[in-house]
Design a protein around this ligand. Structure first.
Ligand SMILES: Nc1nc2c(c(=O)[nH]1)N[C@H]1C(S)=C(S)[C@@H](COP(=O)(O)O)O[C@H]1N2
Ligand SMILES: [Mo]
Length: 311
């Protein structure tokens, strides 16, 4: 039998995403056009052959959640703290025009209109598990592009160590922001090496369609090995910074939410266990996997770190 050098063995998940990339290309170009020409009609199909279809599964064999489930059960506090109320409240949220500003410690700061961003970075399909810190999860076929492509283009300066993300601040259009309990806008952050990891994407769609407002249109982060709250929605600002950013959740409850927020069944939330989760659509709870099942790809990022102290 031929011996394959280990450097050439492609992990199944990466193999899958490469394969899906090929299918994603059509979707991408059209997504860009759709947004420019038609102002992104919320329910338009952008893929001539939609990539993911119901019945497909992730690399662990778990079936995709339905489009219905993914678009009607949402956490998006800018609209409501009631998951089922988010979609109707966000229905008329306008995402064009939309500009994303990328700056801070970079050599080439940029302001990019969303349609230019979509044209510049073709979308690929990534089937990821999303594990909410509350103990539920879904499998979602995202469309998007690796954040590292964008970071490479703005050329981080030597002093850049973290990436800080900000959601739109507009209480007129986001009624939840009138709730003074939270320190708006929503802010999240990643260490630069986490942000550069191939699994980390900026998503522009799901199930072969343009992202709906409730899922964070027109641009949201997806970091599949971290709790869902790290995947910040409706991003308007990305800054490279020297110091660890303080997220909205760190500011709201520092003893409950740390900066890293890696999915970890062994570190309970102060108020509940994280050992199991309920997959939306299933009855029995299932064990939660270390790093949400992406340990092979990401554990090295945390070598030597105390994951209990760095929760
Ligand atoms: N701006 C913003 N981003 C956010 C949130 C939010 O309230 N506001 N909720 C987070 C949480 S807790 C989760 S679990 C995911 C949910 O994403 P989904 O509704 O697309 O499944 O979005 C995350 N991103
Ligand atoms: Mo969440």
């Amino acid at each position: 039998m031929m011996k394959i050098p280990s450097s050439e063995i492609t992990p199944e998940s990466i193999y899958r995403s490469r394969r899906q990339f090929m299918r994603g290309i059509g979707a991408v170009a059209l997504a860009g056009l759709g947004l420019t020409a038609c102002g992104a009609p919320a329910d338009s199909f952008v893929a001539p052959e939609p990539g993911a279809v119901a019945g497909q599964a992730d690399e662990l064999g778990d079936p995709l959640n339905s489009y219905q489930q993914i678009t009607t059960y949402n956490n998006f506090y800018e609209f409501s703290t009631d998951k089922q109320a988010v979609a109707p409240l966000a229905r008329d949220f306008q995402t064009t025009p939309w500009t994303v500003t990328i700056g801070g410690l970079v050599k080439k700061p940029q302001m990019i209109a969303i349609e230019d961003l979509l044209r510049r970075y073709p979308a690929e399909e990534r089937i990821y598990r999303l594990r909410c810190v509350e103990g539920w999860s879904m499998v979602i076929p995202w469309l998007g592009f690796p954040l590292r492509f964008l970071l490479a283009d703005v050329e981080p300066q030597a002093g850049a160590r973290y990436v800080r993300f900000e959601t739109l601040l507009d209480p007129e259009r986001m009624p939840g922001q009138r709730d003074a309990w939270y320190n708006w806008p929503y802010v999240e952050g990643l260490r630069l090496d986490e942000a550069m990891h191939d699994l980390t994407i900026l998503s522009t769609g799901l199930y072969g369609r343009v992202l709906l407002p409730q899922n964070g249109a027109p641009l949201r982060l997806v970091v599949p090995w971290k709790y869902g709250f790290k995947s910040i929605k409706s991003i308007v600002k990305i800054d490279l910074v020297a110091e660890q950013p303080t997220s909205l959740w760190m500011a709201a409850a520092p003893q409950e939410y740390g900066f890293y927020a890696n999915v970890n069944p062994n570190v309970p939330h102060p108020r509940w266990s994280q050992a199991t989760e309920r997959r939306i659509g299933e009855f029995e709870r299932r064990p939660t996997l270390m790093f949400n099942g992406y340990g092979e790809q990401v554990a090295a990022l945390y070598a030597g770190m105390d994951l209990r102290a760095n929760y």
